[in-house]
Design a protein around this ligand. Structure first.
Ligand SMILES: [Zn+2]
Length: 271
């Protein structure tokens, strides 16, 4: 969780907004960022501004209903919160451990939705470890009440969601974590599209044993943070088998997991 002051969080939104813009993951006034200030208040970006050139004083403090709760002064006094504030509010409502939300329009990810290329496949180890799989929410009219409905169930399980023909929503314990997940999604989309083009078809999944090892590592690491992410990563048939076997046994099979990790370490040393 971010323990920074409001001044620092304002600066962090400005910096990450600039980064998202520089990396071409938003165009014009697209995208929006928010972060929890405390239990009842959020800091959000205003509607209608490029995320590459925000000023700290432009950011707006709202409550968990999206109502502006702190006055702004001078030329910024009439600014309104982001048009996608509803999606942000939904993420915070559904997950107490979400402290930051970023919505962006990364082009390769959007291209995947247009081309019918799914990112919910276990093809890349870093993605599987970090995000599980990346689901795509059904199309919703941007800035409408359809947006929060589309992500409501998915955000309970996933830290990164693709919005059909629109963009991404990534969440995290900090703004930086939400940003890193956005980068991860777009990189995954770039690699997946390039592979699809080279192969003239979908890239192969990771072998089942590789998926199982990474899923086990992911589960162990995230369990220390209180999350059963393996059970949440349910888009891949191999993961489902892994989960159902663990559910059947009642508790995670730690001896098996330790053996897997030990084997990985031995192999790394041997190499
Ligand atoms: Zn958008």
């Amino acid at each position: 969780m971010d323990t920074q002051t409001e001044t620092e969080l304002r600066q962090r939104i400005v910096e990450i907004g600039r980064l998202i813009h520089q990396k071409g993951m938003v165009a014009a006034g697209d995208g929006n960022l928010s972060v929890r200030l405390d239990r009842d208040r959020l800091l959000v970006t205003p509607t209608g501004f490029s995320k590459g050139f925000l000023e700290a004083d432009q950011l707006i403090v709202v409550d968990l209903n999206g109502e502006k709760v702190s006055p702004q002064f001078g030329k910024w006094r009439d600014l309104k919160p982001s048009s996608e504030i509803r999606i942000h509010l939904e993420c915070y409502r559904q997950r107490a451990n979400v402290h930051a939300v970023i919505h962006a329009h990364p082009p390769m990810t959007i291209a995947c939705t247009r081309a019918g290329v799914s990112l919910a496949k276990c093809t890349l180890p870093e993605v599987l470890y970090d995000l599980g799989t990346i689901p795509t929410a059904p199309y919703a009219t941007p800035a409408s009440p359809e947006g929060p409905l589309a992500v409501r169930e998915l955000v309970k399980k996933y830290d990164a969601i693709v919005l059909d023909r629109h963009g991404t929503v990534t969440v995290g314990a900090t703004l930086w974590e939400a940003y890193m997940r956005l980068e991860r999604v777009e990189h995954s989309a770039q690699v997946t599209l390039a592979a699809q083009q080279a192969l003239n078809g979908p890239p192969a999944l990771l072998p089942p044993e590789a998926i199982e090892k990474i899923a086990a590592m992911r589960q162990t690491v995230f369990a220390q943070m209180g999350r059963d992410v393996c059970a949440e990563c349910n888009a891949c048939p191999v993961s489902e088998r892994h989960v159902s076997r663990q559910r059947a046994s009642g508790t995670p099979d730690l001896s098996r997991l330790e053996a897997l990790i030990e084997a990985e370490v031995r192999r790394a040393i041997a190499n």
